[in-house]
Design a protein around this ligand. Structure first.
Ligand code: COI
Length: 351
């Protein structure tokens, strides 16, 4: 790999106490080009703008996928990733669906390690602080012919982050008109367009006082599938329920880790479809105790209430929250505060 170091770090100009999610980027980026049928030698260069032809395929047809991962620093300054193999596998799964060539594993891991070695000072200690890592790949071929590109760029950029939401209770609106994904589509992939298509319906929900949308099945808007950019969990009585993965649902790393931790703690889990009717009847019976979202960026995000057919349902606060317990457990593993019974932590060698 070719490495060109930044001449001067930007780090001293960063206000780490007031970080907004994903606004500031570190000193370096990883770049690898797919040209003439193969991925070329990757490089790490100072963080910079990229030049593109206005006809570049991605700008017209959205042939692009991404990942979200985090690096954490423990009390001894060791740096950890959480299940990075899952992100590697998933970006290739997403790529396959978007007709993008698979990225070599050694390039991905070497790229991450070298980048984190160079930008390790950007990772702050303390639970809640981390470096959000954004690998992405897009079609870079010039020309507006509507077919898979023959040139791609794989890039990794990193952004120091604290919490995703700026605080306050989160309310979600159950989708009755718009859909995020349909069977046979790209819902399971981290395709850029899956996110773009959420912006407009989410802006409408925001006007009605909801921060996110609970996406429902595109067929009947009956089954609850995801919440905004997160997977979704429900606690009915003391059972934790989440939607099964399918071609419409993102196979979230946090989702599957939460399920494993819950089982390990002896919490009863059910992976099954849950309908809006069951949600409302559980709320009426007083047995719907919690709803929360799970994802890399948010980790676990409690949902205070939901709106459906112009009615707002608000959950009562509880003392023994599964969301808090599971968040604490997963975060402690991520920050190397406890044993890792699942062997999910991956140490990044920085010397
Ligand atoms: C993540 O949790 O990494 C996501 O994909 C959310 C992102 C769109 C901010």
């Amino acid at each position: 790999m070719n490495i060109i170091k930044a001449q001067k770090s930007k780090i001293s100009s960063v206000d780490f106490e007031n970080l907004k999610f994903g606004e500031i980027f570190t000193d370096h980026m990883f770049v690898c080009d797919f040209i003439d049928g193969k991925w070329n030698t990757p490089k790490i260069i100072p963080y910079q703008s990229i030049q593109m032809d206005p006809s570049s395929s991605v700008l017209h047809y959205g042939q692009a996928v991404f990942e979200g991962m985090k690096a954490y620093k423990d009390d001894e300054d060791c740096i950890w990733l959480f299940r990075p193999d899952q992100n590697y596998d998933r970006i290739n799964k997403s790529s396959k669906r978007l007709s993008i060539p698979e990225f070599p594993k050694e390039y991905f891991f070497e790229g991450l390690e070298e980048l984190l070695k160079l930008d390790k000072d950007w990772i702050r200690k303390g639970i809640g602080n981390s470096l959000y890592i954004r690998p992405f790949v897009f079609a870079s071929q010039a020309g507006v012919q509507a077919s898979a590109s023959n040139a791609y760029k794989f890039i990794i950029i990193c952004s120091p982050v604290a919490s995703y939401y700026s605080g306050g209770d989160v309310y979600v609106q159950v989708a009755e008109q718009y859909s995020r994904a349909a069977s046979g589509g790209v819902g399971y992939a981290k395709a850029a367009g899956n996110y773009a298509a959420q912006f407009y319906p989410t802006s409408l929900a925001l006007k009605e006082g909801y921060q996110q949308i609970i996406w429902t099945d595109a067929n009947k808007h009956e089954f609850l599938e995801e919440a905004g950019t997160m997977n979704i969990f429900f606690r009915i009585n003391d059972t934790l329920i989440t939607t099964p993965t399918s071609d419409r649902i993102l196979d979230g790393v946090t989702r599957k880790s939460i399920l494993k931790i819950a089982e390990y703690l002896g919490i009863k889990t059910e992976v099954r479809p849950l309908s809006i009717h069951e949600l409302i009847s559980s709320e009426k019976e007083g047995i719907l105790k919690e709803i929360f979202g799970a994802g890399t960026a948010v980790v676990v995000s409690p949902i205070k209430g939901f709106g459906y057919q112009n009615k707002k349902y608000i959950l009562e606060d509880i003392d023994d929250s599964f969301a808090s317990l599971l968040k604490e457990k997963i975060v402690n593993i991520q920050y190397n505060q406890v044993e890792d019974p699942f062997q999910w932590r991956y140490e990044v060698k920085t010397t």
